[in-house]
Design a protein around this ligand. Structure first.
Ligand code: NAD
Length: 503
């Protein structure tokens, strides 16, 4: 363990509204990726803790204390939860920074405001949701379609945006009346644990929202296999997503999967480079490139190729790497030593494959940076789309620039990937860009922008980037099921069409 020069925080599991040690009393360390120091010690859940969390969530769901509240009662509490989050914004942002390496600049703005806004927007959508729909009368019966909660949801989240990705599942699950057990990634459980405490203070009944931290391979799999869990909402790698889908089949569970990406950004010959070049860098350097929808394949037309490369290298040198708690830092560290090794390994692969390194390509070790897991913004030129650095998700600040000659060729390269999370076009001609957008097989298309999300717009993947949608109105369908209720109105046997079938 790394020596600490500060007091590490202590966190337990949050089950049935109470801070709870792991049954085994074991803990694990959360490391601050900017310093390598232990930021927190967290109770390490085992199978007994999964049992306790799922049993509580199930019992509370069945009791109706949350599931049978009116939509308005639930929406009021969720809005209170949003206000609590704003009041505790600084603490939540701090927890996110010291575990995930998010910059405080981003965490305090888009993350905190973003999750509060998601709660408010989801609560508003839930008030307009068609819980009961009457069908047209075609005979002597009253027919209705009821939409009901699923029951117990297990949410399994990754380490890159722990708070945001937990909220994308929590908000719709809670709004629709489900109970939930969240299993955050072991690098970053802190903000999710804090959210559970704030939920109780906001009036969400104990046991509705539980958090257990620990290894995915044991407690994650136990959640997926548990017959009392009705749905698994997963965000993470495509590899683990496949495994979850396979395991969920044992109990024919619903699954939504938000997985990896290798998103193409097409730069058309008429692109405004004063906007496009900073936009491309933002596309692959936000959160040190650890974003599922990062624009990591940059497709540039022949006519602009050399200029784009030169300007990318120039601007990349201006991104300030530093401690993410410093408000002037633009790019923080990668989440872990392991991720650092993975990213450096891919950079070596790019070199070995014959791609040309235009800038970056190294671990950043100047001064204080040497303590953390920093990588310089890295651009590869002369990349072919069949190289590994163009096909696999690197999850670091590394872009592969690919040259093209015609729009048809650009679209073909853009779609030549197993992923389909996002894609984008940079052009001065909006109509041309929209036309290309129609050809791109991805769940989100950005034109002259990147990473732009809003709580009323759905987010999710095409192809092996997953299925199901988060955010937007569509997400409420993912946390409900439909029931058809037929009430016959004719009292006499002889008026029933089936009377003559059997007797
Ligand atoms: P990961 O797949 O390794 O882990 C995600 C979560 O799954 C963690 O909580 C982990 O503990 C758990 N887990 C691991 N093995 C498991 C198993 N066998 N059964 C059940 N749970 C298990 O992903 P990560 O490294 O934490 O995150 C990075 C990945 O997430 C990237 O591939 C990225 O593209 C993806 N991601 C996708 C989106 C999206 O919305 N599409 C958003 C963010 C991240």
């Amino acid at each position: 363990m790394t020596a600490t020069t500060h007091q590490a925080l202590d966190y337990q599991l949050f089950i049935n509204g109470t801070w709870t040690p792991a049954a085994s009393k074991e803990t694990f360390d959360v490391i601050n990726p900017a310093t390598g120091e232990v930021a927190a010690r967290v109770a390490k859940a085992g199978l007994e803790d999964v049992e306790a969390a799922v049993a509580t969530a199930r019992q509370v769901y069945d009791s109706g204390v949350w599931s049978r509240k009116t939509p308005k009662e639930r929406a009021d509490i969720l809005n209170r939860f949003a206000r609590k989050i704003m009041e505790h914004g600084q603490e939540l942002a701090y927890l996110e920074v010291i575990s995930s390496g998010a910059t405080i600049r981003r965490a305090m703005s888009t993350d905190i405001l973003g999750i509060a806004f998601v709660l408010q927007q989801t609560a508003a959508f839930a008030l307009e949701f068609p819980y009961v729909e009457g069908l047209a009368m075609t005979g002597a019966s009253n027919n209705q379609v009821w939409r009901e909660p699923l029951g117990v949801v297990a949410a399994i989240t990754p380490w890159n945006f722990p708070m945001i990705l937990a909220m994308w599942k929590l908000a719709p699950a809670l709004a629709m009346g489900n109970s939930i057990v969240v299993k955050p990634a072991s690098y970053t459980p802190l903000s999710t644990l804090k959210l559970a405490e704030l939920a109780i203070e906001s009036g969400i009944p104990a046991g509705v929202f539980n958090v257990i931290a620990g290894p995915g391979a044991s407690i994650g799999e136990a959640l997926v296999k548990d017959p009392r869990v009705d749905k698994v909402a997963f965000t993470g790698s495509t590899e683990v997503g496949r495994r979850i889908m396979e395991l969920a089949s044992g109990t024919v569970k619903r699954v939504t999967l938000e997985l990896g990406g290798k998103s193409p950004a097409i730069v058309l010959p008429d692109a405004d480079l004063d906007l496009t070049v900073p936009g491309l860098l933002y596309g692959f350097c936000l959160h040190s490139g650890q974003v599922c929808e990062s624009g990591t394949r940059i497709l540039v037309h022949d006519s602009l190729y050399d200029e784009v490369l030169e300007r990318l290298a120039q601007l990349a040198s201006k991104v300030k790497l530093g401690n993410p708690l410093d408000a002037t830092t633009g790019m923080g560290p990668l989440v872990s030593r392991h991720q650092l090794d993975t990213v450096l390994g891919y950079i070596q692969t790019g070199v070995d494959e014959g791609a040309r390194l235009v800038c970056g390509g190294k671990r950043a070790t100047k001064g204080e940076l040497a303590r953390g897991y920093y990588v310089e913004p890295t651009v590869f030129a002369d990349v072919r789309n069949d190289m590994r650095i163009a096909r696999e998700e690197i999850f670091g600040p590394v872009a592969s620039v690919i040259r093209y000659s015609t729009v048809e060729e650009a679209i073909e390269i853009a779609n030549d990937t197993i992923f389909g999370l996002a894609a984008g076009v940079w052009s001065r001609d909006a109509n041309k860009a929209l036309k290309i957008g129609r050809e791109l097989r991805a769940g989100t298309v950005w034109i002259n922008d990147w990473h732009a999300m809003r709580p009323d717009a759905p987010f999710g993947g095409y192809k092996q980037s997953g299925f199901g949608r988060e955010l937007g109105r569509h997400v409420l369908e993912e946390y409900t099921q439909v029931k058809h209720v037929h009430a016959a109105l004719a009292p006499e046997l002889k008026q029933r069409p089936w009377a003559g079938m059997l007797f």
